[in-house]
Design a protein. Structure first.
Length: 133
């Protein structure tokens, strides 16, 4: 859920992110033949929100919101798959990511030199490997 402690600019972006990302069906439903959905569709961060918050903690709220809650770095996943991703028992592999997500991370890295790389973190979260469907 949305934390009441989020400043207005961040809370608004959070709401929009959740709405836009969860308009789509569970990602695993179309990418993992053996997957069985369970629970509501959650907006999953392809890059952990905690990493983004700490990396860009020096930005004003509106600047942070634009990175933290950019829909292209969100993926709609059912609760079961979300939990599997969070525990790392499942991953979304590099070749399965939309190019938009990769390009967004590269743009952020260029715009904010001296910060930890969003692109490198995306590669860590979504390793280059073949995944059995």
């Amino acid at each position: 859920g949305i934390q009441a402690t989020e400043p207005p600019a961040i809370a608004e972006a959070h709401t929009r992110f959740s709405q836009l990302v969860t308009e789509w069906p569970c990602w695993a439903k179309t990418h993992r033949r053996s997957h069985r959905c369970w629970g509501p569709v959650d907006p999953h961060h392809l890059i952990p929100a905690a990493f983004i918050r700490s990396t860009f903690s020096d930005l004003p709220d509106d600047g942070l919101a634009l990175i933290l809650y950019e829909p292209v770095i969100g993926a709609p996943v059912c609760r079961a798959y979300h939990e599997a991703l969070e525990s790392r028992s499942e991953v979304i592999a590099w070749h399965e990511l939309d190019d938009e997500a990769k390009l967004f991370c590269k743009r952020i890295d260029e715009r904010y030199p001296g910060h930890q790389s969003m692109y490198e973190r995306l590669k860590l979260e979504s390793p280059v490997r073949e995944v059995a469907a």
